[in-house]
Design a binder for this molecule. Structure first.
Ligand SMILES: Nc1ncnc2c1ncn2[C@@H]1O[C@H](COP(=O)(O)OP(=O)(O)OP(=O)(O)O)[C@@H](O)[C@H]1O
Ligand SMILES: [Mg+2]
Length: 162
């Protein structure tokens, strides 16, 4: 599957998930292929779009980018890294951002800062689980008032295998 095609295919759903007041930019330059479960990957992107929406109650911009990348060194916070060719899927927002203590716990199951009944705290932990199971990586960069950038790196495969 090409992640760029996958994002294009759910553009309407992304717009719907992000809600009114959020401008969406897409910049889909990755040409490479990756092995993924289409439904799971769609859920990943929609979950990230909903998190972005929740972080921008007053509106803002949600940007979705894809890139082919060749990584020689591990991204921040990543252990057990395998150098090689990856597809980067980057979802960023201009929302409230996270304090460092929140950023460090954001992938924990059931960790949420949302009011009771609003968030289960499972969105990012399930996303992380799926990405790791696919031999990919997930990196969160965020700071209060600076927005949030979530980068997912999925291994690149030749077309016939993907
Ligand atoms: N884009 C973002 N901007 C700011 N904070 C975020 C963002 N994404 C996640 N977070 C923080 O990380 C926490 C965990 O996110 P996660 O998606 O796992 O759970 P949730 O959104 O709270 O609930 P759920 O996804 O299960 O509905 C959030 O409660 C929030 O504090
Ligand atoms: Mg969520």
């Amino acid at each position: 599957m090409r992640l760029s095609d996958l994002v294009e295919g759910i553009a309407e759903l992304i717009r719907h998930s992000a809600g009114e007041g959020v401008t969406i930019h897409t910049d889909l330059k990755a040409q490479g292929w990756t092995l993924c479960d289409v439904n799971q990957m769609e859920n990943v992107i929609l979950n990230l779009a909903i998190n972005a929406r929740d972080a921008m109650p007053g509106g803002g911009t949600l940007t979705i980018q894809t890139r082919d990348v060749a990584l020689k060194t591990p991204p921040p916070d990543v252990a057990e890294f395998v150098p090689g060719d990856y597809i980067a899927l980057v979802v960023s927002d201009t929302g409230e951002g996270m304090r460092e203590a929140v950023r460090q716990r954001a992938l924990d199951p059931f960790f949420t800062t949302k009011p009771q009944g609003k968030g289960t705290g499972l969105g990012l932990s399930m996303t992380f689980g799926y990405v790791r199971q696919s031999n990919g990586y997930l990196v969160i960069e965020s700071a209060p008032g600076k927005g949030t950038k979530v980068t997912i790196l999925m291994p690149r495969h030749s077309e016939d295998r993907a």
